[in-house]
Ligand binder design. Structure first.
Ligand SMILES: [Zn+2]
Length: 424
């Protein structure tokens, strides 16, 4: 009798606990959070808790084992990682530099990785401190949010020689920011500044939080044929894609959140659907104008794919009120494009044209209270036959340098029909 009871207790406690081997660890740090990802051999039970003095996060995994050395390179949040493996219980401890809030979840395998345990560490106070005040400064700069696609756990597409899209687009985004910041009246805001993942929604929310006037997402995707090459500009389509290629690209892009490690949450929308649709219609019109301007500018110096303009249902472009576009700077799957995207001279040429296109759009459609709006409202001069820059400058009582600065001209040449803005 006693023996039978014992057996039943044994059976009760050995209700299958899911156990796994920990095969590796990656750490990605962004400005607001740090993500530690543990690769697991299979789905596993785990328990996670936080402790103080010193601040640390403890992860217990029953019946699990470690199959690797866990190490953390110099990191702003995690001081070091320790572990012990006693009586079949694996304990991993993340020693932190300061107290942080932790969030954890398991991820199922995708194309790139297998089962994973994700631990997100963040300082939530920071999020609360977010500025709410709208910028109402007069003559402010227009703000252009530049979003380098992918990052961290999501490499994006991979080129024939092993180039990661996430690395190439971060460099291009940085170059574009430089080009934009060099122009009067324009200011760049980088959405991603390092190698970490940001979910689609957070990307455009960051742009909104900073009162961005335009959102530009930078990509360099792959196609199933390595012959396909050239750049393209895309805007959102709620109805359907403008081409099969556009549809295919959007479907690939939209998978990023699951590769980057985002758990699909319930859809709490920041605005009701009706409001959302209304404001998005206005933003769509502006998106179209801005994208066409950038497209026209790029066309002058960069090889485009087909017409180089398309529409598809890209999640990252779904900001309700910030005009948005996505630029495929080339197909990283094409050897020629891959080489170009890594070539600083090509990147310079490309980003110069993109920033010119953006600038042109803002002069056509300036947001109120901006420095550009003040210029665009001012006098203009259409260049006539026989005009020279010095002649125009003296006629309007200004200097060549001032005209060149406003019109972002690098030399003194003018052409008939060119519209020149004149300093107020
Ligand atoms: Zn991409």
């Amino acid at each position: 009798m006693k023996k039978a009871l014992m057996t039943s207790i044994m059976l009760l406690t050995s209700v299958p606990l899911l156990a796994a081997e920990v095969k590796g660890m990656r750490v990605w740090s962004g400005p607001d959070n740090t993500r530690a990802v543990f690769d697991l051999s299979s789905q596993s039970d785990y328990k996670l808790f936080e402790l103080d003095n010193p601040p640390r996060v403890v992860i217990d995994m029953p019946k699990s084992a470690l199959n690797t050395q866990l190490k953390v390179k110099k990191n702003k949040d995690i001081k070091k990682v320790r572990y012990s493996n006693k009586d079949g219980q694996l304990r991993i401890v993340l020693d932190l530099h300061h107290k942080l809030n932790s969030k954890s979840f398991l991820l199922k395998p995708n194309d790139t990785y297998g089962h994973r345990l994700v631990v997100d560490l963040s300082n939530e106070k920071k999020a609360v401190e977010k500025t709410v005040a709208k910028v109402t400064k007069k003559n402010r700069d227009v703000v252009i949010a530049i979003d380098a696609g992918h990052g961290g756990e999501d490499p994006g597409a991979i080129g024939p020689t092993g180039t990661y899209e996430k690395d190439v687009v971060l460099k291009i985004a940085n170059e574009l920011a430089k080009e934009i910041n060099a122009q009067q009246g324009m200011k760049a805001l980088l959405i991603r500044t390092g190698d970490y993942y940001i979910k689609h929604r957070k990307r455009f929310e960051k742009a909104r939080d900073h009162n961005a006037d335009l959102f530009v997402s930078i990509h360099a995707d792959a196609f199933h044929s390595n012959k396909v090459h050239g750049a393209s500009v895309y805007i959102l389509s709620q109805r359907g894609a403008s081409s099969e290629a556009a549809k295919w690209l959007a479907a690939k892009e939209n998978k990023s959140d699951s590769i980057g490690g985002v758990v699909i949450e319930d859809k709490k929308d920041m605005l009701s659907q009706v409001l959302y649709d209304l404001s998005q219609n206005a933003a769509m019109e502006e998106s179209h104008k801005a994208a066409q301007s950038v497209h026209a500018s790029m066309k002058k110096v960069v090889k485009l794919h087909g017409h180089g303009f398309g529409q598809a249902n890209f999640l990252v472009l779904k900001s309700p009120d910030v005009p948005s576009m996505l630029i495929e700077t080339g197909y990283i799957s094409n050897p020629g494009d891959e080489k170009n995207l890594k070539n600083p001279a090509h990147v310079k040429k490309l980003t110069k044209q993109i920033s010119q296109g953006i600038r042109h759009y803002f002069y056509q459609s300036p947001p109120p209270n901006t420095w550009i709006a003040a210029q665009a409202k001012g006098k203009k001069h259409v260049v006539q036959s026989g005009d020279t820059l010095s002649g125009i400058a003296s006629k309007f009582g200004t200097s060549i340098a001032a005209i060149k600065s406003i019109n972002n001209k690098s030399n003194n040449a003018v052409r008939i029909g060119e519209v020149l803005y004149l300093p107020n």
